[in-house]
Design a protein around this ligand. Sequence first.
Ligand code: ADP
Length: 264
Amino acid sequence: MLSDYRIPAEPYYRPVGDEVALFTAACAARLPMILKGPTGCGKTRFLEHMAWRLGRPLVTVACHEDMGAADLVGRWLLEPAGTVWRDGPLTRAVRHGAICYLDEVVEARQDTLVAIHPLTDSRRMLPLERTGEVVPAHPDFLLVVSYNPGYQALQKDLKESTRQRFGALAFTYPEPSAEAEIVAREAGLDEVMAMRLVRVGTAARALVAEGLAEGASTRMLVHAGRLIAGGVGFAPACALAVTTPLTDDPVLLDALAAAVAAQA
Ligand code: ADP
């Protein structure tokens, strides 16, 4: 049923605080959770790790503005044998006791998100308007959503009536020694080289005050690290994986290049 969504091996996750214990407790209390934080700082990896730890399948939905309620709950399909109902990812998770992860939830329209309300209060059920069925949530079902508070347009914020149904964990970039450990492990580099990349990341994050939309993510540093592990030089790897994708602003690009040169 949901075997395709099981995570077979432990995903590497370096804890940065007490998030593992807190999430475990929230899960036991069946509290829906928000993971908030900048892009590429470890939210998805954390949840993959937790799903593996808790032995639950993980059903992920990347939210977008064209997504309708049917994309979450399911739809009638015309097949040679007639019309058949096909559960959407949320309904599958609700029925079979998976973690349903709505990634970048604020991208979804408000009318789509209303579908999750009966699942996030004491009712714990999903009414399927189009079939008339009311699906009670499996005891192991858990709803988790993520978003990035940094680049949220006001009109894309979560509605209070949605927000106040959740508990939340705030993520940020790991502190330098933890981030170096992560970059070293994920890219296959030694920690000295990983720390040089982390310093570039830290310098890039400081440029947010100068107008950079968002600092370099841990993901970007891992990408640069993989290039270096594959034989690319430090400066070109940083240019390709970190600084060039980050911005088009010539002044900021100069400042980023200087940050790279300081570590090269
Ligand atoms: P997002 O916050 O956008 O969901 P991800 O979870 O995809 O970010 O993290 C991006 C990458 O950063 C991961 O693929 C992983 O390589 C690395 N990463 C970030 N934080 C951690 C961490 N604490 N432990 C292990 N890897 C991490």
